[in-house]
Design a protein around this ligand. Sequence first.
Ligand code: NAD
Ligand code: UGA
Length: 473
Amino acid sequence: MSPARPPIRVVCCIGAGYVGGPTMAVIADRCPQIQVTVVDLNAERIAAWNHDDLSLLPIYEPGLDAVVGRARGRNLHFSTEVDAAIAAADMVFLSVNTPTKTRGVGAGQASDLRWIEASARQVAVAARGHTIVVEKSTLPVRTAEAVKAILAAAQGDGHGGKTFSVLSNPEFLAEGTAIGDLEAPDRVLIGGEDDAAIEALVGIYSHWVPESRILRTNLWSSELSKLTANAFLAQRISSINSIAALCEATGADVREVARAIGSDSRLGSRFLQAGPGFGGSCFQKDILNLVYLCRHYGLEAVASYWEQVVSLNSWQQHRIASKVVQSLFGTLTGKRLAVLGFAFKADTNDTRESPAIRICQDLIEEGAQLAIVDAKVEVAQIALDLEQAPLEAAAGAALAGEGGWLPSASALEAARGADAVLILTEWAAYRQLDWVAIAALMRRPAWLFDARAIADAEAARAAGLTVWRVGEG
Ligand code: NAD
Ligand code: UGA
């Protein structure tokens, strides 16, 4: 066992993204005696974190502005001075992106670890004295081995006797509820081999997390638990979406089935919401990473088992687009569709892997003209995701027959002249739409395709729309 060390006074986090920003804001808020600096190479992102107007933080997350407002400038800092922040820190969190590799060995499945490697190398060079390095990013099991090897090479480089301990502390927050998840986590997971380092990190969380919720494991269990948690959550969504398709074919209702099975305490009621398939930056990438690892270790049957969760998800997205095409007499050319919601879920501005991307691409490919509205997603982001600029308004009005899209400011504006309304994100506002007003603006016959099953279907039907809801037979 290593000797006890003084409590952590200075923390650095590399990566000011959806995880680094909110996680460090909550640590700073709950531990006023610890100085926390979040660093990033992206100067624009850091400038946004430092913006005087808290409504202009780089990510939208309910409650984040209040937490940042309390701690920023006191013991929470955002900076591009990466080396200086590392040098000053007792503990460095690595919270950089780990997307799927797009080329080379493992392309399409393995995690691209170039950012984790680069940040580990930077810590190796810039650290001073003893530094605890914490993997916060989601990583393939046994990544800590590579991080340790990079750091070990620096231990003997003659720069003032630096030493390192490596911990795994994966993050389980979900976007849209990140602040609540961080302030009252179901559990905090810490994997490591150095007891003193583990207890130093426990010392931070124990400021607000009960001891019974802090789990200690070995490094590899911790890394693997994160991938496994996301795989199990995503598997539930693919499972309920597969049953939704069967409900539509048989006259059952997936919400009734979900309630019936969710009442079994062994199954539980959460994560049984059928929809357009899971999106977000992590479920798909983490499962594909698990699949890659299984193949790497020769476990082909296990790999193909998990691969199916992702295939079913893609199938569900294409299925919804096909449903729209079939219902609108097999062609979308010259038709206008109001698309409500583009974020991958409500209460975030994140569109990474949003089901809306694939569904909208399919519809545009069929010649549809989409009027897209989202409360938080910027027009430029939609253009990037759809890989095409918005149509000129005039060309849009001409309904030229070419597929394309236009941004819309409101559901009402999007519905003007539309043949169908398509709900893709469960923003609260879409639960209370004025269907009489919307129907009056639409071309007849008019449809509502509710891929989230959140709209008032009765009101829409009463207003004259033909309604399709995911999972309703
Ligand atoms: P992100 O892309 O929003 O943020 C990562 C940031 O790291 C970027 O701003 C990037 O510029 C910065 N960065 C990369 N390399 C750097 C370097 N060498 N030095 C300084 N900055 C560097 O990613 P994210 O959504 O915050 O995810 C980060 C990790 O957390 C991923 O591994 C992800 O799987 C995991 N995770 C994400 C979520 C989520 O809800 N988004 C939840 C749990 C875990
Ligand atoms: C998910 C996990 O919930 C987090 O625990 C994890 O930390 C995170 O991934 C991560 O590693 O990045 P997140 O992707 O932010 O969080 O959001 P979720 O609430 O899990 O939703 C993911 C997707 O599944 C969304 O597209 C959502 O609409 C969809 N979903 C969720 C359903 O279709 N049905 C459900 O019942 C639940």
